[in-house]
Design a protein around this ligand. Structure first.
Ligand code: KG4
Ligand code: ZN
Length: 336
């Protein structure tokens, strides 16, 4: 068959999303219903509220995705759905929906790993990108340095030992009064701050060459804020934000440079919500240019959670023969 049309569903956290993707890279629709405004009231994602909102929105986003792609379920060859990692109640909504459609319309089902989705977002706009390549996945729940050996084949070179990069952004943002979601807000105020104003530690994990640690950096910011308060020194929000952002970027770039050097890989991609950060994107681009490494990054809208990336990943699983049964379940701590 010339065209493999995948309906993809994503509901692992606070985005209810559906997309139609043809042959893994041709996005016909990409509908995202964000719950950010709702969770902002509580300063972070409230899992129970997320699940309920997914139930409310899921049929609507699927209907919209099919309509925009000018298709019906009868045109769809497979359904791809995120089954982990993520919030269990949130994941269950997407998985149950996908199974129901699969059963009712006899359409094959493909369970997709959320991180594999983030990585696969790079295939959508870079039609020539093929494994092997090195990929840094930086999101709210994950920080992984991954060698993409082939479609669906990964070797994890490094991961965070504590907080994810995005989690650190969110926690620091809260501490300096920026609120949720922290990443985009820190990036925005950083433009008015001096990244060299405060020297936060660049934490390197000894032993494991490519691992990360961000909780120490977050604590350093909290200690700095406490110190200022005790000494009656005025806190310059933009300087704290810019200096923290720079510290995180330096650590991420440092490990990537080391991995590029030691593996000799000639292609590098970034993925995940934090990869939408412009300063990080520029820093990575420069690091790659210095070494003659080709640099790939999805558009910001494909970095944060969406279903098009799930459709891209599902396609490569589908053509490799992967099929999920109606016993597919949500796996909150699914490993890559
Ligand atoms: O990939 P994603 O949408 O969801 C997860 O799978 O976790 O990532 C969300 C994370 C949040 O922690 C958010 O603060 C962070 O990505 N983020 C950013 C930016 N945009 C989103 N971090 C830094 N700079 C940004 N511009
Ligand atoms: Zn994600």
């Amino acid at each position: 068959k010339e065209e493999i049309r995948i309906l993809a569903i994503e509901s692992s956290c606070d985005e209810t999303a559906a997309a139609v993707v043809v042959n893994g890279r041709d996005v016909r629709s990409n509908i995202i219903s964000s719950q950010i405004a709702l969770h902002t009231l509580y300063g972070g994602v409230v899992p129970e509220i997320a699940s309920r909102k997914h139930i409310e929105k899921i049929n609507q986003v699927i209907t919209e995705a099919l309509k925009e792609a000018q298709m019906t379920l009868d045109d769809i060859d497979a359904i791809g759905v995120t089954y982990g990692p993520g919030l269990v109640g949130a994941l269950l909504v997407g998985v149950a929906e996908a199974k129901a459609i699969s059963y009712a319309k006899k359409i094959p089902l493909v369970g997709v790993h959320h991180i594999e989705g983030h990585i696969s977002a790079n295939y959508i706009e870079n039609k020539d990108l093929e494994p092997p390549f090195l990929c840094l996945v930086v999101s709210g729940g994950h920080t992984h340095l991954v060698k993409v050996l082939d479609y669906g084949k990964y070797e994890i070179l490094g991961r965070t030992m504590d907080d994810a990069a995005g989690e650190a952004f969110d926690k620091v943002a809260r501490a300096i009064g920026l609120g949720y979601p922290g990443g985009p807000k820190i990036e925005k105020v950083s433009h008015e701050g001096n990244p060299k104003a405060i020297s936060f530690p660049r934490a390197h994990v000894s032993g494991d060459a490519y691992n990360f640690s961000f909780s120490g950096m977050k604590s350093a910011v909290l200690n700095y804020l406490n110190g200022c308060q005790m000494k009656g020194i005025e806190i310059h929000q933009a300087d704290v934000a810019a200096s923290f952002q720079q510290a995180v970027i330096d650590v991420l770039v440092g490990n990537v440079e080391k991995a590029l050097e030691e593996t000799g890989m000639k292609k590098f991609a970034i993925a995940g919500g934090v990869a939408s950060n412009g300063t990080l994107r520029n820093a990575m681009e420069q690091a790659c240019a210095k070494r003659g490494v080709a640099f790939y990054r999805p558009s910001p809208i494909l970095c944060t959670d969406n279903a098009a990336m799930i459709g891209a990943a599902a396609y490569y699983e589908y053509i490799a023969g992967v099929r999920s049964g109606l016993d597919l379940n949500a796996v909150p701590n699914l490993k890559l």
